[in-house]
Design a protein around this ligand. Structure first.
Ligand SMILES: [Zn+2]
Length: 112
């Protein structure tokens, strides 16, 4: 969570900025893979959050950084199960790594 909130995860967006990669595309949908995208905005991430027991509102615009999502939830939600939130985000990141490095991934229902 610290890495996600500090935008230190080695997302394709961060790796492109550091000139490690030439493309920043998401392994699932092809859009720019920022921390906000892969852990929240991506279609698979949206399905996982929908399937989780956490009921969150949709954010009005796509978020580049994960910390903006955390702040939004902190400001708008009365109660957030932050442990479950962190576990779900960690599972999304693990699933992304399995897809990127091993070519396999789980469905939203398998992740939750
Ligand atoms: Zn995506």
């Amino acid at each position: 969570m610290w890495k996600a909130c500090r935008d230190k995860l080695p997302t394709n967006h961060r790796l492109k900025i550091r000139k490690v990669l030439t493309k920043d595309s998401c392994p699932f949908c092809g859009r720019c893979e920022s921390s906000g995208h892969i852990l929240w905005d991506c279609k698979l991430a949206s399905e996982v959050w929908f399937e989780s027991n956490l009921s969150f509102p949709n954010l009005p615009i796509p978020q580049r950084e994960f910390i903006d999502i955390v702040w939004f939830l902190r400001e708008t939600q009365k109660v957030v199960d932050w442990d479950l939130f962190a576990i779900t985000a960690w599972s999304l990141w693990n699933n992304r790594n399995a897809m990127k490095h091993e070519g396999r991934c789980k469905s939203a229902k398998q992740i939750v």
